[in-house]
Design a protein around this ligand. Structure first.
Ligand code: AMP
Ligand code: ZN
Length: 137
């Protein structure tokens, strides 16, 4: 299995660092985040090292998203979560701090304190359309 030197998530996948593992399959591993944003916050990683969303292969990405869905369902059923946020940070500018691809699976509760630093306000329709032109396949 591909690993990166000094990657803490590779070490968790290899069993060299402890983690509270809650789900695994051929391609993925899920474990509890040590600094939870809300109670039950978990991370899904591919076993194979990929730096981020730009680098990860399609099959590993698909497996991670399906694992995240399994956990989201469990959070609803077993933790009585009212909702779930899936978050992926790609690049330091986007808050990525561990450079092994991971999906945050964050259960949400009516009274939880989590605030993401983003409050949607209406955008400029022309700017939105122009950026849509830039991004269209
Ligand atoms: P990010 O900032 O999106 O790269 O997220 C990295 C996440 O990994 C943070 O939420 C950390 O709390 C979490 N984390 C870092 N080290 C560990 C570890 N050894 N076990 C579990 N979670 C970790
Ligand atoms: Zn790694």
């Amino acid at each position: 299995m591909a690993t990166a030197d000094d990657c803490i998530f590779c070490k968790i996948a290899a069993g060299e660092l402890p983690a509270t593992i809650i789900d695994e399959d051929e391609r993925t591993l899920a474990f509890m985040d040590i600094a939870p944003a809300t109670p039950g916050h978990a991370l899904v990683i591919p076993r194979r090292h990929s730096r981020d969303l730009l680098e990860i292969g399609a099959e590993d990405l698909q497996a991670c998203v399906l694992a995240a869905q399994r956990l989201a369902r469990r959070m609803h059923e077993r933790l009585d979560a009212d909702g779930v946020n899936l978050i992926n940070s790609c690049g330091a500018r986007a808050w990525q701090t561990v450079f092994h691809f991971h999906v945050h699976v964050i259960p949400r509760y009516a009274d939880d304190p989590l605030k993401l630093p983003w409050s949607p306000t209406p955008g400029d329709p022309e700017a939105i359309a122009e950026l849509g032109d830039e991004l269209r396949a």
